[in-house]
Design a protein around this ligand. Structure first.
Ligand code: DGP
Length: 113
């Protein structure tokens, strides 16, 4: 069973967010602690803790999140951007509701820290 997180509360409207996108499958909003001029999170409405817990039946949903990432980046005027999914604590995941970061608006280094 997946524990509810702060993102569940955002989805329910219990905690406000700076929303940039919404549809029946996902919500996009600005990160509270932006690491670049554009830093947006896309979260599925379905409570999946992390990519470790995604199942084959989630394939269409996961594909949808990527398509939405491109649409949001386009709307934000980004020509180049990075999509990140941190999976697990040692990879930097702090909120255990699957989410995709869309980061851009400045040059991004590689490899990440
Ligand atoms: P990660 O480290 O990949 O689990 O990313 C979690 C992100 O969520 C982190 O960049 C900060 C952001 N975040 C945490 N709490 C909130 C919140 O209440 N509102 C918003 N907008 N972002 C949040």
């Amino acid at each position: 069973m997946n524990n509810p997180t702060i993102f569940s509360q955002i989805l329910k409207g219990e905690i406000p967010c700076d929303e940039v996108y919404s549809d029946e499958l996902c919500l996009g909003f600005r990160d509270i602690s932006p690491q670049a001029p554009v830093h947006i999170l896309i979260i599925p409405r379905k409570n999946i803790s992390s990519l470790k817990d995604a199942e084959k039946k989630d394939a269409e949903l996961l594909g949808h999140l990527l398509i939405v990432a491109g649409q949001i980046a386009n709307k934000e005027g980004l020509e180049d951007w990075r999509t990140v999914i941190n999976t697990g604590e040692k990879a930097g995941q702090t909120v255990f509701h699957l989410h995709l970061h869309v980061i851009g608006g400045r040059p991004l280094e590689w490899p990440p820290g």
